[in-house]
Design a binder for this molecule. Structure first.
Ligand SMILES: *Cc1c(COP(=O)(O)O)cnc(C)c1O
Length: 423
């Protein structure tokens, strides 16, 4: 039996892994003669090799067919975004009509808030997590103000427990305490700083029991955790496609609207692409929404921006979320095991221990404070091992199961040990 802490053990795990071929579907930044060891799929996923062909297909169609490209071939632009629908629904566990690829993440959050945050004098408040990704806080705060309410009282930010995480008990207590005043609970699927994953169905149940709407920001959850958005019952969700979804910088984002709202007459900011597709081109003055998430679209979509998403979704379909999650759990547990065995004096793991309370990412606090943390982060980058840095003192390492290997994790640990010995 090989020593589980050894290099040979990691290589053997990689050689035997059923998903190992997917690594060859991605392009890696260079480091010297080799490739970077890339752990930043939580920030910008790597480029799938298929993305270029998809983009070139659009460029060629534009060059050769110009306006006719809207109406010709399998990938005609008129319903190009339809090509993303079913594979995307499989990734997030939704019915096809509940998802749409459109806009960007923060824009979609605002458009969802227009429809699902309808504050009244009695019920004006939003519950969110303290320390949220700033864009989410800016969006929510500006919406509270936009409706004439006061963020000081009506944007409720739940503080984490002493360990920096949110226990389900604390979330439950907050929802119960503020219940009658809550118009909306907006929660992350995975908290970006700590990597904590949440029970979306339970949060939805608690919010709904108090009469609040419930929405999720899945920026760090989509393509990372196997989601069951329809079954969890959330009213809406938004996410981006450039993190674990590997669809390129600023990629077209994703949006989920639960089936129960598909035909409801809700306030919304409308545009022609959300109009019933069968009569859109009659160009009538009255807006008739397409049922489902499509009804929230505004503009005809950026076809060049959608092209890499299609390449990425093909890979998710081939691998399947259950197999990806199984590998992800194994990779992240392996990272945890090695850190506890070999780096316990150097790295503190901020992310929860329980597999069901985390995704791919481990957030690591470096012993000795910010300066030591920065020094390690820079030493790793110089050695071609890329994580990312979150102030004040956290390095995030996110092994992505589509392209990271067990030997990458082992390499991170060896480079960190080398830095420790030299310091
Ligand atoms: C990445 C991320 C964003 C980024 O917003 P964009 O609109 O895509 O620029 C927002 N919120 C969260 C929680 C994120 O993780």
């Amino acid at each position: 039996m090989t020593d589980p802490l050894s290099r040979e053990y990691a290589l053997a795990l990689d050689a035997a892994h059923p998903l190992r071929r997917f690594r060859d579907e991605f392009l890696f930044p260079r480091h010297g003669e080799g490739e970077q060891t890339y752990f930043v799929g939580n920030s910008l996923g790597l480029q799938p090799r298929g993305a270029r062909a998809r983009v070139e297909e659009v460029l060629d169609k534009w060059a050769n067919e110009a306006v006719e490209g809207h109406f010709t071939g399998n990938a005609q632009w008129m319903d190009y975004h339809e090509l993303a629908r079913e594979p995307l629904a499989r990734v997030v566990g939704a019915q096809p009509a509940e998802v749409v690829a459109m806009n960007s993440l923060t824009a979609n959050l605002h458009f969802m808030l227009v429809s699902f945050y309808r504050p009244t004098r009695e019920r004006p408040a939003i519950l969110m997590e303290a320390g949220a990704f700033p864009s989410d806080r800016y969006a929510l705060e500006s919406q509270v103000r936009f409706h004439g309410f006061d963020p000081a009282t009506d944007l409720i930010e739940l503080e984490p427990d002493a360990d920096g995480l949110f226990s389900m008990e604390a979330i439950e207590r907050a929802i119960a305490e503020h219940g009658p005043r809550l118009a909306l609970v907006l929660w992350p699927g995975v908290q970006y700083r700590t990597g904590q994953a949440f029970d979306l169905a339970e949060i939805t149940r608690l919010g709904h029991a108090q009469g609040a709407m419930v929405g999720f920001d899945l920026a760090h959850a989509a393509g990372n955790l196997p989601l069951r958005l329809h079954d969890c019952g959330a009213d809406f969700a938004v996410w981006c496609h450039y993190k674990y979804m590997n669809s390129g910088p600023g990629a077209v984002a994703g949006c989920f609207v639960h089936e129960r709202h598909a035909r409801a007459d809700r306030p919304r900011f409308a545009g022609w692409w959300g109009h019933d597709a069968t009569t859109r081109f009659r160009m009538g003055p009255e807006f008739v929404p397409t049922p489902g998430a499509d009804g929230w679209q505004l503009s005809n979509p950026p076809i060049l921006g959608l092209a890499p998403l299609l390449a990425s979704l093909e890979l998710f379909d081939q691998a399947g979320m259950p197999a990806l999650r199984a590998k992800s759990e194994a990779l992240t547990s392996y990272l945890e095991t090695l850190i506890r065995a070999r780096l316990a004096d150097t790295l503190e793991i901020v992310t929860p221990r329980e597999t069901e309370r985390r995704g791919a990412q481990l957030s690591l606090r470096v012993a000795g404070g910010r300066q030591c943390g920065r020094a390690l982060f820079e030493a790793l980058a110089a050695a071609g091992v890329l994580g990312d840095w979150r102030e004040p003192d956290v390095i995030r390492i996110s092994p992505a199961p589509l392209y990271n290997r067990f030997i990458d994790v082992h390499h991170f640990v060896e480079e960190t040990e080398a830095w420790r010995s030299a310091n």
